[in-house]
Design a protein around this ligand. Structure first.
Ligand code: PBE
Length: 281
Protein backbone atom coordinates (compact mmCIF):
# COMPACT_ATOMS: atom_id res chain seq x y z
CA UNK A 1 0.00 0.00 0.00
CA UNK A 2 2.23 2.75 1.29
CA UNK A 3 4.93 2.12 -1.26
CA UNK A 4 2.91 2.00 -4.42
CA UNK A 5 4.42 4.15 -7.10
CA UNK A 6 2.28 6.15 -9.42
CA UNK A 7 3.64 8.00 -12.39
CA UNK A 8 2.15 11.39 -11.61
CA UNK A 9 3.66 11.44 -8.11
CA UNK A 10 7.22 10.97 -9.34
CA UNK A 11 9.56 13.88 -9.85
CA UNK A 12 12.04 14.16 -12.70
CA UNK A 13 14.57 12.05 -10.84
CA UNK A 14 12.03 9.26 -10.72
CA UNK A 15 11.66 9.10 -6.93
CA UNK A 16 8.20 9.02 -5.40
CA UNK A 17 7.09 11.92 -3.21
CA UNK A 18 7.29 10.96 0.47
CA UNK A 19 3.58 11.65 0.98
CA UNK A 20 2.68 8.99 -1.56
CA UNK A 21 5.21 6.60 -0.03
CA UNK A 22 3.55 6.71 3.40
CA UNK A 23 -0.07 7.38 2.33
CA UNK A 24 0.14 10.85 3.87
CA UNK A 25 0.13 9.28 7.35
CA UNK A 26 2.10 10.30 10.41
CA UNK A 27 1.98 7.56 13.02
CA UNK A 28 1.03 9.23 16.30
CA UNK A 29 0.55 8.09 19.90
CA UNK A 30 -2.15 8.66 22.56
CA UNK A 31 -4.27 11.76 21.90
CA UNK A 32 -3.55 13.30 25.33
CA UNK A 33 0.20 13.51 24.67
CA UNK A 34 1.66 16.97 24.20
CA UNK A 35 3.50 15.56 21.21
CA UNK A 36 0.16 14.99 19.45
CA UNK A 37 -1.03 18.53 20.06
CA UNK A 38 2.31 19.89 18.85
CA UNK A 39 2.06 17.70 15.73
CA UNK A 40 -1.46 18.95 14.97
CA UNK A 41 0.02 22.46 15.10
CA UNK A 42 2.89 21.38 12.84
CA UNK A 43 0.39 20.08 10.28
CA UNK A 44 -1.40 23.42 10.36
CA UNK A 45 1.63 25.71 10.35
CA UNK A 46 3.54 23.86 7.63
CA UNK A 47 0.44 23.62 5.42
CA UNK A 48 0.20 19.81 5.53
CA UNK A 49 -3.64 19.70 5.39
CA UNK A 50 -3.63 16.57 3.26
CA UNK A 51 -1.68 14.64 5.95
CA UNK A 52 -3.34 12.53 8.63
CA UNK A 53 -2.04 12.19 12.19
CA UNK A 54 -2.96 8.65 13.19
CA UNK A 55 -3.89 8.24 16.88
CA UNK A 56 -2.73 5.17 18.76
CA UNK A 57 -0.30 4.59 21.61
CA UNK A 58 3.41 4.68 22.28
CA UNK A 59 3.46 0.89 22.00
CA UNK A 60 1.59 0.84 18.68
CA UNK A 61 3.87 3.54 17.28
CA UNK A 62 6.96 1.55 18.24
CA UNK A 63 5.51 -1.62 16.70
CA UNK A 64 4.75 0.17 13.43
CA UNK A 65 8.26 1.59 13.40
CA UNK A 66 9.79 -1.83 14.05
CA UNK A 67 7.77 -3.39 11.23
CA UNK A 68 8.63 -0.69 8.69
CA UNK A 69 12.29 -0.67 9.72
CA UNK A 70 12.64 -4.43 9.35
CA UNK A 71 11.20 -4.16 5.84
CA UNK A 72 13.23 -1.00 5.02
CA UNK A 73 9.97 0.74 4.25
CA UNK A 74 9.34 4.45 4.70
CA UNK A 75 7.51 5.59 7.86
CA UNK A 76 7.07 8.83 9.77
CA UNK A 77 6.35 8.68 13.50
CA UNK A 78 5.91 11.12 16.34
CA UNK A 79 8.97 10.50 18.47
CA UNK A 80 10.82 11.62 21.56
CA UNK A 81 14.13 11.37 23.38
CA UNK A 82 14.97 9.64 25.69
CA UNK A 83 13.58 6.54 23.99
CA UNK A 84 14.99 3.07 23.36
CA UNK A 85 14.13 3.32 19.64
CA UNK A 86 17.27 5.39 19.07
CA UNK A 87 19.42 2.60 20.49
CA UNK A 88 17.68 -0.07 18.44
CA UNK A 89 17.25 1.69 15.08
CA UNK A 90 19.20 4.21 13.02
CA UNK A 91 16.78 7.17 13.08
CA UNK A 92 16.75 10.92 12.55
CA UNK A 93 14.57 13.82 13.62
CA UNK A 94 13.15 15.90 10.78
CA UNK A 95 14.31 19.50 11.08
CA UNK A 96 11.65 21.85 12.37
CA UNK A 97 12.64 25.28 10.98
CA UNK A 98 9.52 26.90 12.44
CA UNK A 99 10.43 25.60 15.91
CA UNK A 100 6.93 24.33 16.69
CA UNK A 101 8.21 21.40 18.75
CA UNK A 102 10.18 23.79 20.94
CA UNK A 103 13.76 23.60 22.12
CA UNK A 104 15.29 21.07 24.51
CA UNK A 105 13.06 20.49 27.48
CA UNK A 106 13.11 19.22 31.04
CA UNK A 107 10.99 16.69 32.86
CA UNK A 108 9.72 18.02 36.15
CA UNK A 109 8.50 16.34 39.30
CA UNK A 110 5.05 17.54 40.35
CA UNK A 111 3.49 16.71 43.73
CA UNK A 112 0.12 17.36 45.32
CA UNK A 113 -0.32 20.22 47.73
CA UNK A 114 0.14 19.06 51.28
CA UNK A 115 2.50 16.18 50.50
CA UNK A 116 5.33 17.97 52.24
CA UNK A 117 3.48 17.82 55.56
CA UNK A 118 1.75 14.47 55.03
CA UNK A 119 4.75 12.49 53.76
CA UNK A 120 7.92 14.49 54.36
CA UNK A 121 10.32 11.63 53.62
CA UNK A 122 8.73 10.88 50.23
CA UNK A 123 8.57 14.59 49.50
CA UNK A 124 12.25 15.09 50.25
CA UNK A 125 13.28 12.16 48.06
CA UNK A 126 11.03 13.31 45.20
CA UNK A 127 12.59 16.74 45.50
CA UNK A 128 16.09 15.20 45.28
CA UNK A 129 15.32 12.76 42.46
CA UNK A 130 17.21 13.61 39.28
CA UNK A 131 19.04 11.65 36.64
CA UNK A 132 20.21 11.91 33.03
CA UNK A 133 18.75 10.92 29.65
CA UNK A 134 21.39 8.14 29.53
CA UNK A 135 20.26 6.78 32.89
CA UNK A 136 16.66 6.71 31.77
CA UNK A 137 17.56 5.18 28.41
CA UNK A 138 19.35 2.31 30.17
CA UNK A 139 16.20 1.32 32.02
CA UNK A 140 14.11 1.71 28.85
CA UNK A 141 16.41 -0.45 26.75
CA UNK A 142 16.42 -3.11 29.45
CA UNK A 143 12.63 -3.21 29.60
CA UNK A 144 12.41 -3.25 25.83
CA UNK A 145 14.72 -6.24 25.64
CA UNK A 146 12.39 -8.23 27.87
CA UNK A 147 13.33 -7.45 31.48
CA UNK A 148 10.30 -6.88 33.72
CA UNK A 149 9.73 -3.21 34.53
CA UNK A 150 10.30 -3.63 38.27
CA UNK A 151 13.41 -5.78 37.68
CA UNK A 152 14.92 -3.25 35.29
CA UNK A 153 14.39 -0.54 37.91
CA UNK A 154 15.96 -2.69 40.63
CA UNK A 155 18.93 -3.46 38.40
CA UNK A 156 19.51 0.19 37.57
CA UNK A 157 19.39 1.12 41.27
CA UNK A 158 21.85 -1.62 42.20
CA UNK A 159 24.22 -0.39 39.49
CA UNK A 160 23.92 3.26 40.54
CA UNK A 161 24.11 3.15 44.33
CA UNK A 162 26.11 6.38 44.58
CA UNK A 163 23.50 8.39 42.74
CA UNK A 164 20.64 6.77 44.64
CA UNK A 165 22.34 7.38 47.98
CA UNK A 166 22.51 11.07 47.20
CA UNK A 167 18.76 11.10 46.61
CA UNK A 168 17.98 9.53 49.99
CA UNK A 169 20.80 10.87 52.16
CA UNK A 170 19.56 11.85 55.59
CA UNK A 171 15.95 10.91 54.88
CA UNK A 172 14.16 8.95 57.60
CA UNK A 173 12.46 5.75 56.34
CA UNK A 174 8.81 5.14 57.20
CA UNK A 175 6.86 1.95 57.84
CA UNK A 176 4.50 1.10 55.05
CA UNK A 177 2.67 4.35 54.33
CA UNK A 178 1.14 4.47 50.86
CA UNK A 179 2.25 6.78 48.06
CA UNK A 180 0.36 6.93 44.77
CA UNK A 181 2.34 7.76 41.64
CA UNK A 182 0.44 8.81 38.52
CA UNK A 183 1.98 8.13 35.12
CA UNK A 184 1.18 7.56 31.46
CA UNK A 185 2.31 4.37 29.71
CA UNK A 186 4.98 6.14 27.68
CA UNK A 187 8.17 4.06 27.74
CA UNK A 188 10.16 6.95 29.22
CA UNK A 189 7.69 7.38 32.08
CA UNK A 190 7.37 3.65 32.69
CA UNK A 191 11.14 3.70 33.31
CA UNK A 192 11.25 6.73 35.62
CA UNK A 193 8.14 5.86 37.61
CA UNK A 194 9.40 2.33 38.26
CA UNK A 195 12.75 3.60 39.52
CA UNK A 196 11.04 6.09 41.84
CA UNK A 197 8.69 3.36 43.07
CA UNK A 198 11.62 1.03 43.73
CA UNK A 199 13.49 3.60 45.81
CA UNK A 200 10.39 4.64 47.77
CA UNK A 201 9.63 1.01 48.62
CA UNK A 202 13.04 -0.54 49.06
CA UNK A 203 15.03 2.33 50.52
CA UNK A 204 12.39 4.39 52.31
CA UNK A 205 9.77 1.89 53.46
CA UNK A 206 6.76 3.17 51.53
CA UNK A 207 4.16 1.07 49.75
CA UNK A 208 3.67 2.49 46.25
CA UNK A 209 0.60 2.31 44.07
CA UNK A 210 1.12 3.08 40.41
CA UNK A 211 -1.85 4.83 38.83
CA UNK A 212 -1.66 4.42 35.05
CA UNK A 213 -3.81 7.02 33.28
CA UNK A 214 -3.88 9.33 30.27
CA UNK A 215 -1.97 12.62 30.33
CA UNK A 216 -4.94 14.84 31.28
CA UNK A 217 -6.02 12.64 34.21
CA UNK A 218 -2.39 12.39 35.35
CA UNK A 219 -2.23 16.16 35.82
CA UNK A 220 -5.78 16.31 37.20
CA UNK A 221 -4.98 13.48 39.62
CA UNK A 222 -2.08 15.34 41.21
CA UNK A 223 -4.08 18.59 41.22
CA UNK A 224 -7.08 17.05 42.99
CA UNK A 225 -5.04 14.87 45.34
CA UNK A 226 -6.00 11.44 43.93
CA UNK A 227 -2.30 10.99 43.20
CA UNK A 228 0.55 12.11 45.43
CA UNK A 229 3.09 12.75 42.70
CA UNK A 230 4.24 12.26 39.13
CA UNK A 231 7.68 12.49 37.54
CA UNK A 232 6.38 13.01 33.99
CA UNK A 233 5.83 16.74 33.40
CA UNK A 234 7.50 17.65 30.10
CA UNK A 235 8.14 21.41 30.23
CA UNK A 236 8.06 24.18 29.27
CA UNK A 237 6.41 23.29 25.94
CA UNK A 238 5.00 19.75 25.72
CA UNK A 239 2.72 19.97 28.77
CA UNK A 240 2.32 23.76 28.77
CA UNK A 241 -1.47 23.57 28.49
CA UNK A 242 -1.81 21.14 31.41
CA UNK A 243 0.57 23.27 33.48
CA UNK A 244 -1.56 26.36 32.85
CA UNK A 245 -4.84 24.55 33.42
CA UNK A 246 -3.91 23.27 36.88
CA UNK A 247 -1.63 26.12 37.97
CA UNK A 248 -1.94 26.84 41.68
CA UNK A 249 -3.24 23.32 42.40
CA UNK A 250 0.09 21.48 42.59
CA UNK A 251 3.66 21.95 43.75
CA UNK A 252 6.39 21.94 41.10
CA UNK A 253 9.61 20.40 42.47
CA UNK A 254 11.60 21.30 39.36
CA UNK A 255 13.49 19.18 36.84
CA UNK A 256 14.37 15.53 37.43
CA UNK A 257 15.93 15.22 33.95
CA UNK A 258 17.25 17.74 31.45
CA UNK A 259 17.72 17.45 27.70
CA UNK A 260 14.60 15.87 26.21
CA UNK A 261 13.37 16.35 22.67
CA UNK A 262 10.17 15.74 20.70
CA UNK A 263 9.49 15.79 16.96
CA UNK A 264 8.90 13.82 13.80
CA UNK A 265 11.23 10.85 13.49
CA UNK A 266 12.07 8.76 10.42
CA UNK A 267 14.51 5.94 9.63
CA UNK A 268 17.90 7.31 8.52
CA UNK A 269 17.49 5.49 5.19
CA UNK A 270 14.73 7.91 4.16
CA UNK A 271 15.98 10.76 1.98
CA UNK A 272 14.02 13.57 3.61
CA UNK A 273 15.52 15.82 6.30
CA UNK A 274 13.00 18.50 7.17
CA UNK A 275 9.31 18.84 7.92
CA UNK A 276 9.31 21.19 4.90
CA UNK A 277 9.98 18.11 2.76
CA UNK A 278 6.49 16.83 3.58
CA UNK A 279 4.97 19.62 1.52
CA UNK A 280 4.79 18.91 -2.17
CA UNK A 281 6.57 21.61 -4.12
N1 PBE B 1 5.91 12.08 25.33
C1 PBE B 1 6.70 11.31 26.28
C2 PBE B 1 4.96 12.79 26.20
C3 PBE B 1 5.75 13.21 27.35
C4 PBE B 1 6.60 12.00 27.55
C5 PBE B 1 6.81 12.96 24.62
C6 PBE B 1 5.23 11.17 24.45
C7 PBE B 1 4.02 13.82 25.58
O1 PBE B 1 4.09 14.04 24.38
O2 PBE B 1 3.18 14.36 26.28
Amino acid sequence: MGCSKSQDSSDEAGSTFVGDQVDYKIIGIDPGAGLMKATAKVIEEYGLENWELVEGSGTAMAAALQKAYDAKEPIIVTGWTPHWKFAKFDLKYLEDPKGIYGAEEEINTIVRKGLKDDAPSAYQFLDNFNWTPDDMAKVMVDIQSGTKEADAAAKWVSENEDKVNQWIEGITPVSGETITLAYVAWDSEIASTNVVKYVLENKLGYKVEMMQVEAGPMWAGVANGDADAMVAAWLPTTHADYYEKFKGQFEDLGPNLKGTKIGLVVPAYMDINSIEDLKKK
